[in-house]
Structure formats: structure tokens, C-alpha cells
Design a protein around this ligand. Structure first.
Ligand code: KG4
Ligand code: ZN
Length: 378
């Protein structure tokens, strides 16, 4: 259950407060952040720099892994130097260097992790290899106190998961996509309709003037007893609907965008409802918290549907500010700082991992969650 802390045995964890440099490069954002954390206290973000690669990938309608890796290499040193300058501290004042070491696009992960290893080695400071999903799981704590346990819905371009966040390193995966992530489905549908990259915001914009009832699209897994997701069939159904129209005009596109967005929204709320039941079975019936993270959480229609769902199920919906809810390095620095305070560090042989489930056991025992030659997918 707690594979996130499986790398090395605790080494003491005797510090009262730590200052950590965090590095993120697992997809199409290069980021660096310096964060200070006192034991039992709230994090203080001393700096947080992000460089987006949207302009690089826009012409291709999706993230091109090789180009992403090169862009990370071009930017990473500048971002680290910028984050250190903004924080106005010397490298010697750092207690550790933390970097995303998976899951993600391997070229990008290697770039960030190798930079962190180089720094850690030259400074003589510990390295902390952070699971990107653990960063998202803890990100709610960057903007407001958020005690464990809570339910996390992570909906981004790379991940769609429901996690019970029980404590540091203690995560139970309640559900996960068996194929595409929700953001990926938005991006691919937008590409098919010629709406541009990144697709999510463009589909949301087009949907504003559309008739959501015009196209009947599937609601994958609706009402199933598990809390897994599937978006590939929905994406294909939207592609078929688009292909069936002769010379679709702006209204046709708006109608399809609205129908698609409503279907994704229905799938997210239906599966989250199921996860809420599972969460309450484990943690009790009283008022609980539901955190939504990932780029898709920017969607107003989805946020408002989740808000209604939370009210109905006695959960408080917490949507961190978008800058902490999408990929950023402050969440990686926070995960690193929490682990360092708990006494966990990694050695310089820590591998870059394209796949790294936060809850390894659940991934092994739940084939619906998807598994390939390299192991569980998410
Ligand atoms: O978390 P994020 O910035 O990066 C990762 O994927 O890791 O999420 C980006 C994803 C993209 O797929 C994008 O299309 C989607 O979030 N997204 C949205 C919206 N804004 C961004 N999806 C739906 N509606 C939006 N308004
Ligand atoms: Zn992410």
C-alpha cells in the first residue's frame, strides 16, 4: 500500500524544518520551486517557476515526447537558477533536492531527475525521488490546511484516478482509467474537430453555444460497482459523430463539443459518486473532503457538477488554485519536504520510471486498471 516510501529505510528524520528544491519535468511543463516546511506546519512556497511547452506542441495537436524532452533540456537549468534567485537563498541553504522520477514521459523524467542528481551530488545534499502522483495527492496542502484523509480526483492529460489519501505514503487507489485519461480524450476530440491544442479549454469554449442533447454519446462504466473510468470509446463515438457530418459548421462543432463535455462530466461524477461510497465505507459517514486536481479541473461545467455531487454526498469540494492543481514543482518540493521530515531519502541510483503506480498492490490486483509489458499503467 505504501510503495511511495519503499525506496530506503528512514534515516532519522530529526530536522524540525527543511528547505527543499523541487523539480518537475514529467510531461510538458518544466518547473522548479523552493519550499520551506516546518514539522507539523504549513508549507511556505519561496518560489515557483513554470515554463509551459504549449506553443511547441500546438502545431501537432498533442504532446510530442521527443520535442518535450529537448525543451526540458533547454529550460531546466534556467528554471532552477530562477527559482533559487526568486527564493533568495544560497544552494547551501537547501536540505535536499527533490525531482519527479515518474510516472511520465521518460525523456522528460530523465532530464529532471539527472539535473537533481547532479545538484545533489555536487552540493552533498540528499536526493528525493518523488512520485508525480504523490505530488498531486499532496498539492491541496499548498494553498490551505488539508488534514488526512481525503478523497482525490486527479483528472489531467496523463492521469485520471480516484485515490483515498490516507496519510503520507499511504494511498488507496479506488479507481483509475483503463485506457485514455480524461484530458487526453478532450485533446484528441478537439484535434479531430480542428479546435486546436490544448483541447480542453477549446472544447469548453465551443460547448458554451452548443446543444448538449444533440448527440447521444456513451457513458462508459455508468452504474458499475467499481470506480474505474474509460474514455476511449467515448472519444471514438465523438469522432464517428463528427465524421458523419458533411462539412460541419461552427454550430455542429459547438453541439458536438457540448455533447462530449456533458458525457465526460457524467462519467466523472458517476465514478466519483461510487468512490465516495467506497471512501465512506473506509473512513466513516461524517463530512469528508474531496480534492480535485489536474488540468481538467479548470473546466467550469465539471467543477459545478462536482460541487453538486459533493453537496449531495456530504463532501466538501476543494479545488486548489489552478497553478497548483496543474503540473508544478511546488507540489514536488512539498512531497520531498514531507518525506525528508519523515526521514526518507533516495540514493543516486534511483531510476526514472515511465510507470509507477502510487498504490502498486491495487494495480496488480485490479486488471481493469490496465497493465502492459512494463507493468501496471497508472
Ligand atoms: O494537469 P495538466 O496541466 O497537465 C497534465 O496533463 O499533466 O492537464 C492538462 C490537461 C490537458 O489535457 C487539457 O486539455 C486539460 O487538462 N484541460 C481541460 C481544460 N483546461 C485544461 N480540460 C477540460 N476543460 C478545460 N477547461
Ligand atoms: Zn500531473
Amino acid at each position: 500500500m505504501d510503495i511511495a516510501l519503499d525506496t530506503l529505510p528512514p534515516q532519522g528524520g530529526n530536522k524540525d524544518h527543511v528547505t527543499v528544491l523541487g523539480i518537475e519535468s514529467s510531461c510538458d511543463e518544466t518547473a522548479a520551486s523552493v519550499l520551506r516546511l516546518a514539522r507539523g506546519g504549513e508549507p511556505e512556497i519561496l518560489s515557483s517557476r513554470i515554463s509551459s511547452q504549449d506553443d511547441i506542441h500546438r502545431p501537432f495537436g498533442g504532446v510530442v515526447p521527443e520535442m518535450a524532452a529537448r525543451a526540458h533540456m533547454d529550460k531546466i537549468q534556467i528554471l532552477i537558477a530562477g527559482a533559487m534567485a526568486d527564493a533568495d537563498i544560497d544552494y547551501d541553504a537547501l536540505d535536499a533536492v527533490a525531482a519527479t522520477s515518474g510516472p511520465g514521459l521518460i525523456g522528460g523524467v530523465i532530464t529532471g531527475l539527472m539535473s537533481a542528481k547532479g545538484l545533489a551530488l555536487s552540493l552533498g545534499k540528499p536526493l528525493i525521488a518523488v512520485n508525480h502522483l504523490e505530488g498531486h495527492a499532496l498539492s491541496a496542502k499548498l494553498s490551505a490546511p488539508c488534514p488526512f484523509p481525503y478523497l482525490l480526483l486527479l483528472v489531467s492529460g496523463g492521469h485520471t484516478q480516484l485515490l483515498s489519501v490516507n496519510g503520507l505514503g499511504d494511498y488507496t487507489r479506488l479507481g483509475s482509467t483503463v485506457d485514455d485519461a480524461a484530458g487526453e480524450a478532450f485533446d484528441k476530440t478537439a484535434k479531430i474537430m480542428g479546435l486546436g491544442f490544448p483541447g480542453g479549454p477549446n472544447v469548453e469554449r465551443a460547448a458554451k453555444t452548443g446543444d448538449a442533447k444533440r448527440f447521444k454519446l456513451p457513458k462508459p462504466f455508468s452504474g458499475k460497482p467499481h470506480a474505474d473510468f474509460s474514455f476511449a470509446g467515448l472519444k471514438t463515438a465523438a469522432a464517428r459523430a463528427f465524421a458523419s457530418m458533411d462539412n460541419p459548421n461552427a454550430q455542429d462543432k459547438a453541439d458536438l463539443a457540448a455533447s462530449f463535455q456533458t458525457a465526460v462530466c457524467g462519467a466523472l461524477t458517476d465514478r466519483t459518486q461510487r468512490a465516495m461510497e467506497m471512501f465512506k465505507e473506509a473512513h466513516g459517514d461524517g463530512p469528508q473532503r474531496c480534492i480535485v486536481a489536474g488540468g481538467v479541473a479548470a473546466n467550469k461545467r465539471i467543477r459545478s457538477a462536482l460541487d453538486t455531487l459533493c453537496v449531495k454526498n456530504d463532501f466538501k469540494l476543494i479545488c486548489p488554485p489552478l497553478k497548483y492543481c496543474t503540473d508544478n514543482a511546488a507540489m514536488i518540493a512539498l512531497a520531498g519536504a514531507e518525506r525528508l521530515l519523515a526521514g526518507y531519502t533516495d540514493d543516486l541510483s534511483a531510476p526514472a520510471r515511465p510507470r509507477w503506480p502510487l498504490d502498486g498492490d491495487a494495480a496488480k490486483h485490479n486488471p481493469a486498471s490496465g497493465s502492459g509489458k512494463k507493468g501496471p499503467k497508472s
